[in-house]
Design a protein around this ligand. Structure first.
Ligand code: PGA
Length: 249
């Protein structure tokens, strides 16, 4: 049976001192509870070396928050998949709604980023989800299917190596969470879309993200097609993050 994946997304938060305190607390807690799930933290790029050093030899995986769509060259400010790989990065977020919204990333760019990650041996966590406006217009299914279709189209059979994170935009950082039933409904749609593209759709982990916290994680993670969580705010507090990890059986 596949293990669930709990991934923290620190976003643009942290400092050398606070990262160290947070990571030490998370690592201590993980050593005590021996998690049944896989665990990762996505740190800002300048801190990847620090996270790599502090987590070396542990089961806490290093993740990055973005990757360039280019391989190398004159792309000021960009970080390539090969560079991430040098810092033991195991997962990278692609297409997070904050990148789509503030950096105008579209479906085809996100698909290329997923491809770059896969080519470097890094698992892309493909983020997708609808806005409140789209949900209210009855477009949720169409939007998430379009976002996933672009990644499937470009990556073909490699699709079995990705992770998908369904994050309704209206639930991110708002304290509003999709109900377990709402999340499951979308996850089931994504699962059947993956089934048409790969022979082993059940191998692919589908995470839920959007105000997941210590209080609501267990109910969300109990849904049949929810294979983990992508956690923003609550991943910055060790006790909360550890509680979510403990909920992922
Ligand atoms: P949140 O963020 O848990 O703070 O809502 C989730 C995310 O953006 O990945």
């Amino acid at each position: 049976m596949k293990k669930k994946l709990i991934a923290g997304n620190w976003k643009m938060n942290g400092s050398l001192a606070s990262n160290e305190a947070l990571l030490r607390a998370v690592l201590d807690g993980m050593a005590q509870q021996a998690p049944a799930c896989d665990v990762a933290v996505a740190a800002p790029a300048p801190y990847l070396a620090q996270v790599q050093a502090l987590t070396a030899g542990s089961s806490l995986a290093v993740a990055a928050q973005d990757v360039s769509a280019h391989e190398a060259g004159a792309y000021t400010g960009e970080v390539s998949a090969a560079m991430l790989k040098e810092f033991s990065v195991r997962y990278v977020l692609v297409g997070h709604s904050e990148r789509r919204q503030y950096h105008h990333e579209n479906d085809s760019l996100v698909a290329i980023k997923a491809q770059r990650a896969l080519a470097a041996g890094i698992t892309p966590i493909v983020c997708l989800g609808e806005t409140m406006q789209e949900r209210e217009a009855g477009l949720t299914e169409a939007v998430v299917k379009r976002q996933l279709a672009a990644v499937i189209h470009l990556n073909g059979h490699c699709i079995s190596e990705i992770v998908v994170a369904y994050e309704p935009v209206w639930a991110i950082g708002t304290g509003l969470t999709a109900t377990p039933e709402q999340a499951q409904e979308v996850h089931a749609v994504l699962r059947s879309q993956l089934a048409a593209a790969t022979e082993q759709p059940d191998r692919i982990r589908l995470l839920y993200g959007g105000s997941m916290n210590a209080g609501n994680a267990a109910a969300l993670l109990a849904q049949p097609d929810i294979d983990g969580g992508l956690i923003g705010g609550a991943s910055l507090k060790a006790p909360d993050f550890l509680q979510i990890i403990a909920s992922a059986k």
